[in-house]
Every structure is written in C-alpha cells, then in structure tokens.
Design a protein around this ligand. Structure first.
Ligand code: ADP
Ligand code: MG
Length: 641
C-alpha cells in the first residue's frame, strides 16, 4: 500500500481509541467537563449500559453560543492557552480532545446556554460530521447526549464487556467522582432506575454512606490533615476516611485516591496506604480508603497519560510520606490498645522510598500492643493415638500410584465440624477401600483416593498443616484445602439439586454500595438457586433470609461482601460460568481461615476429606494446596545421597 495521509475522520477515530475505551470513559470525560464548568448538580442517565445513550446534564456556566462548534474541534479548549498553564492547572481537562473524540465515534448532541446569554444553542454531530447548529431555548448549563457509541467502529464494540460489567464501571466511576466532590450533587440513573445519588451537602461522610454502604462507613475513621514535618517541603494536605483494621478486603481496588480532585491510579501512593497498616492487617488484606490529597498544582504533572489517570509528582517521597503518616496516625489513634498483630507482611514487594519520617513516625511503625502468646491445644504436641513417626519408612517402598492397598491401614475417620449438612456415616476403621467391597447399607460409597494416606504431624503459623505420607512430607494450606473440599461437595449437591438451606433468624439489614447492589441484582437468580434468599429492604439495602447450610455458621453480611467482591479480581483461568465463580466464592466464605488454630482431630478430619477430593492439588481459585517434599528430596537436601 502506498503511503498516504489518513482522512481526518479515520485519524480522529484512531485518536478516540486513546480516550474513549468504553461507556465509562465517556462518562468520565463529560463529568470532568461539567465539574470544570463549576456545576453543582450533575445528572447522568444511562440506557443500554451506555452503548445506547449516555446523557449528562449540568448547571455549570455553559458555553457561549458562538463557541459551541469550536468545542467539538480537536485541540479546542478554554482551559489552557500556553504550555506553562499546564503547571498551574485548576481544571480536570486541558487537552481539548474529549468532545472531539467522543463525537467521532457516536451520534452526539450538545445543548448549552452560557450564563451571560439569554438563548442557548444546539449542535448535532454524527461520526464527527456536523449535521446542524441552531439556537434553542435552554436553562443555563450544558446537556450532552451521546447516542449509539461506536456505531461506526463495530470492531470497538466487540471489546466491550457484558452490559452488567459496563454498567458497573459507570456506577463505580460516578461514585468515585461524588467522593472527590462532596459539594456537587450527583444523580445516576440506569435505564430509568436510580443507581446512585449524592446530596451535594459538602460532607464527605454523607457521600461515603451512599457510595460504600452504611456498614462499611461505620468501620471508617477520619483522616485529618497534619502539619508538615519540614518547612521546606511543599504543603500537602491529606484528608478523608479509611477503615479500621477490623474491616479489610481481598484487593486494593477500594483504595481511592484523588489528587487535586483528580482520581489517580498510583501504585506507590496505594502502597503508602497499605504500609500505614503495617502489621495491623492480615497478609494480603487491604483497607477501604478514600483520600483527598491537595498539593500545589505546580508540583503535579498531569500530562503523562491520555486519560489523565496517572500523574507525576515533583517530590513523590513527600507525598508518599504524607499519605502514610496521615493514615497511620488515624488508624493508630483509633486502634490504640487493640491487640491486633499480624506480624510481617512478607508478600508486599514494593521498595518504599526513603521516607521523611520523624522519630514519631518511626514510633508509629511499632504495633500498638504486643501479640498475646497463642494457645495451642494440648493434643497438638502429644497424640498417643497416632502412629509414631517412621511408620511409613518401615513399610515396603510405595509410590503415589499405589494407593488402594494403603487404605487398609487407614485408622481414623473423623468428620469434625467441617461437615456439609449430611455427614457421611462413620466407617469402621479397617474398612476396605474398594467401593464394591462395602456391604450394602453401611454408608455412601467412598470416592476413590487421590492422595496417599497422610498422617498429621502438626500445624505451623496457624495456617499450614504438616503431614507425613509414604514418600515424604507434605505442607498443606488449611484454607485452600478446606475450600477445595467444600467446593467439590457443594458442586455435587448443587448439580444434583440437593442443597440444604439454613434460615437466618434475624441478621438485620445490610446496606451495600451501589456497585455491590447492582452486582447483587445481577446474580440474584443464581444465588437463589444456591439457597440464598435475599430480599430488598430499601434502596441498596437488603436482608438475608436464608443461606446454603454450609454457611450456617458465618455472618451472613460478611458472606455477602465476599460474594460481591469485585468480580474482575481473582480471575481464575478456564472458569467460564458465573455460577462457578459464585460457587467458588461461597466456598471461600465458608472455609476455615488462615490464622485459625486447629485441633489435631480437626486437622486429621480435613486431610482425610482432602485425600478423596477429585483434585486435591489446587484450590478452586487455582492456587496450590500442598507442597510435597519427597524423601528423596529430603535426603538430597541433607546431603545423604
Ligand atoms: P478539555 O476539557 O480538555 O478542554 P473537551 O474536549 O473535553 O476538552 O472540551 C472542550 C471545551 O468545551 C472545554 O474546554 C470547555 O470550554 C467546553 N465544554 C465542554 N463541556 C462543557 C460543559 N459541560 N460546560 C461548559 N463547557 C464545556
Ligand atoms: Mg474535557
């Protein structure tokens, strides 16, 4: 193909790819324009998950009628005129690209009336071509309608996720902006139904109740600005709310950071928040935080990313320290005497920058109270009923495939409280493994063995079970193992439609964030099939009436939160159906946690069930359940070969 200059339309469509990825990105650009125009009320209406219609109206200052066609030109902006303006920016926009890009991939109508004019004007653009501009009567402010997004770039449409996911992105985005702008009233409707609103009271706490749900907000404490540690550092103000160590989530997605009113995705600052909880949260658990960070505009470079999601700081260390200090101070002030200590969190791999910490900050790093010594059950140390170590070594050499014969020596068959509703009948100790050999009526046929018989030696870190097998040693992750056992049992019962349900007596109601509520509505039919009975109790408020019996001992609200965790996170390769995803979550909620001390009997019961799981090697989320060190490996490690 000879070289040629692309037509303007195609060039615009390509450029649009950078800014407009999905409906939520359109909403983001339009919201930012409304905020830049000083709006105090912004209404967002979405139809068909945003592909059909996105309509945003604001009461900002509007656009002068004669400038309206210009607003849609590429690189047309009223926000900067020289490059230096970028370094003293008080607006969210500055590139002059958004409206142009959006108009090139949709049918866009912009109606606006400037505050100093008595008439408004309207412009219609289709795929970047202006169809009409005419004067109209309109209230002060701007209304933008984006219809049929990507109607002329079908390839882009294919990259959109399910409607539910696209809607969720919009809800999350709008609630994020509402948190960053508590003075502005936001209202979001999805296909005519209100999904979120904020009152514009100016009070961040009010927004958080709406955006995160009352339960989460109740566990939050205020982060207040602190005086700077050194006079030569730029003034940095960190304010907002963060959860107490009592509430934590499985990922960082609920740490929201805003720098000068701009939502930023900054791993380093997120890490500063996590660091502030050092030793106060269990490993791989994260707080929910909303932090509004104010820095002098000249200290931030916002021109590093087309969607402006990333920023660069002139003194990143100072901001890192301010965030970490602010959060740490709030958390320590609240936990004061709480005896929570989880030891080093080794998993974090981030080298924090040299902090400008004062002595007082270093003092803050220490746990408030030293951990109480853990109580180990007596049978952990001595269990006269278990065969002495070395039992296996006296047997003929066996390999892992030689499983059936080993079952002859299987001695204990405890089924402690890991049970699903119908406990299998306890079997006589020397029952042969071959299912055909089981006399009729004694109990359900046993599943074939998938692991050799394992003998529990003990527990480490209240998280791992140490066991001995015929050809070496096994380290078993108790949570992962239990998840796997429950998953296989539950799946079987679910497929056979034999689930047992447990009524929840009175759990009260739970108020969810709009994003969670939306997800709940989406998966409600599947949950119902699994035995959940959840009724609507008000806007984004629910009451749990029944749960699968497996979850009978769990706090139903905790369970709901686990079920509704951002479904984007923790993706499991090869998992197709949403049912399967939910099943995995249910089991995760029900499984014994890491950090829970187990009795020898409980451990043996767990291992016993694991030995007959179809796949005893990986948990339903794909992580390994056990580490096996063969006798050969051990000999090699000790230089015996
Ligand atoms: P940018 O926001 O980077 O300037 P946009 O393409 O988003 O670029 O918008 C172009 C211009 O149109 C803005 O600079 C602003 O003058 C005007 N504009 C867009 N939306 C609004 C609005 N809701 N209210 C007032 N003016 C607006
Ligand atoms: Mg803009």
């Amino acid at each position: 193909m000879p070289i040629r200059v692309l037509s303007e339309t195609i060039a615009a469509q390509i450029a649009a790819g950078e800014v407009v990825e999905r409906p939520a990105s359109v909403v983001k650009e339009l919201l930012e324009n409304s905020l830049d125009a000083g709006a105090t009320t912004i209404n967002i209406e979405i139809r068909g998950a945003g592909s059909r219609l996105i309509r945003i109206s604001d009461n900002g200052h509007g656009i002068p009628a004669d400038e309206i066609p210009l607003a849609l030109e590429r690189h047309a902006t009223s926000k900067i005129s020289i490059l230096d303006d970028l370094y003293n920016l008080h607006t969210l926009g500055f590139r002059g690209e958004a409206l142009h890009s959006i108009a090139s991939v949709s049918r866009l109508t912009l109606t606006s009336r400037y505050q100093k004019e008595s008439m408004g004007a309207r412009i219609l653009v289709e795929g970047g071509k202006v169809l009409e501009v005419r004067p109209v009567g309109a209230p002060i402010g701007t209304i933008i309608e984006v219809a049929e997004l990507f109607f002329n770039v079908p390839a882009r449409r294919k990259f959109l996720k399910s409607d539910a996911t696209e809607r969720r992105h919009v809800i999350t985005l709008v609630s994020q902006y509402a948190m960053a702008y508590p003075h502005v009233r936001f209202q979001l409707t999805l296909d005519g139904r209100e999904a979120f609103h904020s009152t514009g009271s100016g009070n961040l706490a009010d927004v958080l109740v709406q955006a995160l749900g009352l339960e989460t907000f109740r566990e939050m404490i205020e982060v207040s600005p602190l005086p700077p540690t050194r006079p030569d550092l730029p003034p940095i103000e960190v304010s907002g709310f963060t959860t107490t160590p009592a509430l934590h989530r499985a990922n960082r997605s609920q740490i929201s950071l805003f720098v000068n009113g701009r939502g930023v995705n900054d791993q380093r600052l997120t890490f500063a928040v996590v660091q502030a909880y050092h030793t106060l949260l269990p490993a791989s658990r994260y707080p929910v935080s909303v932090l509004l960070i104010q820095v002098p505009p000249e200290d931030v470079d916002v021109n590093v990313h087309p969607t402006k999601a990333e920023v660069r700081f002139r003194s990143p260390e100072a901001i890192f320290t301010a965030v970490q200090r602010g959060v740490r101070r709030a958390v320590i002030a609240q936990t004061g005497t709480a005896a929570i200590y989880y030891g080093e969190q080794e998993e974090e791999v981030y080298d924090p920058p040299p902090a400008y910490s004062s002595d007082e900050d270093i003092a803050d790093q220490r746990p408030a109270t030293l951990p109480a010594p853990k109580q180990y059950p007596a049978q952990m140390d001595f269990d006269f009923d278990t065969p002495a170590p070395g039992r296996y070594s006296q047997q003929r050499p066996a390999d892992e495939t030689d499983l059936e014969s080993e079952d002859q020596v299987e001695s204990d068959a405890f089924y402690p409280h890991y049970e699903t509703p119908t406990p299998p009948t306890r079997r006589p100790p020397t029952e042969p493994d071959d299912p055909t050999a089981i006399p009729e009526g004694i109990g359900p046929p046993k599943k074939p063995r998938t692991l050799p018989i394992l003998r529990v030696v003990g527990q480490i870190s209240a998280s791992y079970i140490v066991a001995e097998g015929p050809i070496g040693m096994y380290l078993i992750d108790q949570h992962a193992a239990h998840e796997r056992i429950l998953f296989e049992q539950f799946l079987e019962q679910y497929q056979a439609r034999e689930l047992t349900i447990q009524q929840v007596l009175d759990s009260g109601s739970v108020s969810l964030s709009p994003t969670e509520a939306h997800l709940l509505e989406e998966i409600q039919p599947i949950l119902a099939e699994m035995g959940f009975e959840i009724e609507t109790f008000g806007v984004n408020t629910y009451r749990v009436r029944a749960v699968p019996a497996m979850l009978a001992d769990q706090d139903p609200h905790q369970v709901l939160h686990v079920l509704l965790q951002d479904s984007e996170s923790g993706k499991v390769p090869g998992v197709q159906t949403i049912e399967e995803k939910i099943l995995r979550r249910v089991c995760k909620a029900a499984a014994v946690k890491a950090g829970q001390i187990l009795s020898h009997t409980e451990m043996q019961g767990l291992i016993h069930q694991l030995e007959r799981c179809e796949n005893p090697h990986t948990c339903p989320h794909g992580r390994p359940i056990m580490i096996h060190l063969s006798n050969k490996q051990l000999e090699k490690e000790f230089g015996r070969t």
